[in-house]
Design a protein around this ligand. Structure first.
Ligand code: NDP
Length: 452
């Protein structure tokens, strides 16, 4: 990194103390686009990078609610409205005890570039709360969501800011949030995406992130005249993204052998078949149980509990060709990346946001494997949210085939942008491609709109 780039990142760190994930996300983008800025001084002069790193607005609020014992609980709610140069703010809500300002700023920052890559008119935002839905009753989740939306409703709207789901926010939470918005504002609009089909949702939205990450892997493989058929795949997480990654990998002839949750992971050499996946979906989405139950139910499956004393994750230490990290940020460290490469993995398609640490990314790039960073590989989710917004505006619904076809087309277009801006000799640096491709559209819009 040049001295000037280093100074820029140092300023960001000083101005945003205690936000390591945000620093990490900014650093990666600066590394990728700095030389592009050298060649395009108009962006420097207009201080585009300085402005892109500063949220347009940060909303922070108290979320009081009553638990089932009648006791008052207090959580903290956030919405980061990062950048609206190319469309209304768009990005998910995360409910997880680890949520803080820095994590949401990193996610909102990534979202700006990701949404730009989708080719759709969406700005970037992110929000959530340190509320933990795990172990809460449906009524408690509902009371929390109602209190959260009571404040959030002043700041969002179909043409202003359109949140969606993320970790801990699925169909149940979106339903409670939407119900409260409608009640308070007395309007039925597309203020949230990820809605159920009967009241404005889009077919394929639940599937979109996992399907998209799999399509992206297939596109990367295509550059080597290969496909997913017969490939062994490591998948982490067992939530929305992981489940539909397994579904699509199965459809394309691959074999997924792992799934995890925060308590541990399962290794199923025989592969997670559609029947076993149906069990996982019921376990995780209906019964809200732990992945360990998979190993109790199926023979020949090994369950390994998470061990915080280890400095690597054994899930990433199995022979395979592809990896789909689909749990959370920084879940693949340098040691994990080395294990992946050593075990033959040469395709990494990130369903999660920023799941690889800078050391891991460096190792993947050095090994010249097919490494698709989250902001490109997992953009299918928000892209299909964009398609849900279009259908809401037109007050009509597209068929499953039509939405899937559009999603597939968008993932191909994202891949093309990565190739266009990231080709380096004989190989593609998808990190550089995604960052430069995502940046240009937003930067040009900001230039057009003046100093705002
Ligand atoms: P879910 O809440 O449905 O599932 C998350 C899964 O990851 C769970 O299995 C969870 O286990 C596990 N997990 C979460 N945090 C941790 C942690 N700190 N350590 C270990 N395991 C963890 O979330 P999604 O599937 O929606 O999201 C997964 C990732 O994909 C996130 O990074 C999200 O930002 C990203 N993403 C999601 C999109 C979407 O459309 N949903 C779109 C684009 C990106 P447990 O239940 O035990 O916590």
């Amino acid at each position: 990194m040049s001295q000037a780039a280093g100074e820029f990142v140092a300023k960001i760190k000083a101005k945003n103390p205690g936000e390591p994930e945000f620093h990490q996300a900014v650093q990666e983008v600066v590394d990728s686009i700095w030389s592009h800025l050298d060649k395009n001084p108009q962006y420097r002069k207009a201080k585009i990078l300085e402005r892109i790193c500063e949220p347009e607005r940060v909303i922070l609020f108290r979320v009081p609610w009553l638990d089932d014992r009648g006791e008052i609980q207090v959580n903290r709610g956030y919405r980061i409205q990062m950048n609206s140069a190319i469309g209304p703010y768009k990005g998910g809500l995360r409910f997880h005890p680890s949520v803080n300002l820095g994590i949401l700023k990193f996610l909102a920052f990534e979202q700006v570039f990701k949404n730009s890559l989708t080719t759709l008119p969406m700005g970037g935002g992110k929000g959530g709360s340190d509320f933990d839905p795990k172990g809460k009753s449906d009524n408690e989740v509902m009371r929390f969501c109602q209190s959260f939306m009571t404040e959030l409703c002043r700041h969002v709207g179909a043409d202003t800011d359109v949140p969606a789901g993320d970790i801990g926010v699925g169909g149940r939470e979106i339903g409670f949030l939407f119900g409260q918005y409608k009640r308070l504002r007395n309007e039925f609009t597309g203020v949230l995406t990820g809605k159920a089909l009967g009241w404005g949702g889009s077919l394929i939205r639940p599937e979109a992130t996992g399907y998209g990450a799999t399509y992206f892997a297939a596109e990367m493989l295509k550059t080597r005249n290969q496909n997913l058929a017969g490939k062994a795949c490591l998948v982490s997480g067992s939530g929305n993204v992981a489940q539909y990654t397994v579904e699509k990998v199965n459809l394309l002839g691959g074999r997924c052998v792992t799934l995890s949750d925060s308590a541990g992971y399962i290794y199923d050499e025989a592969g997670i078949t559609p029947e076993k996946l149906a069990f996982v979906m019921d376990l995780k989405n209906v019964r809200r149980g732990r992945i360990k139950e998979y190993a109790d139910k199926y023979k020949g499956v090994v369950y390994t509990p998470a061990d915080p004393k280890l400095d690597y994750n054994p899930l990433w230490n199995h022979k395979a060709q592809c990896a789909f990290p689909s749990a959370t940020q920084n879940e693949i460290n340098g040691k994990d990346a080395a294990n992946l490469v050593k075990n033959g993995v040469y395709v990494v398609s990130e369903g999660a946001n920023m799941p690889s640490t800078p050391e891991a990314v460096h190792l993947f790039l050095e090994a010249k494997i097919l490494y698709g960073p989250g902001k490109a590989a997992n953009a299918g989710g928000v892209a299909t949210s964009g398609l849900e917004m279009s259908q809401n505006s037109m007050r009509l619904s597209w068929s499953r085939e039509e939405v899937d076809q559009r999603l597939h087309g968008i993932m191909k277009a994202i891949h093309e942008q990565c190739v266009r801006y990231g080709t380096d000799g004989n190989s593609v640096n998808y990190v550089a491609g995604a960052n430069i491709g995502g940046f240009i559209k937003v930067a040009d819009a900001m230039m057009d709109q003046g100093v705002v």
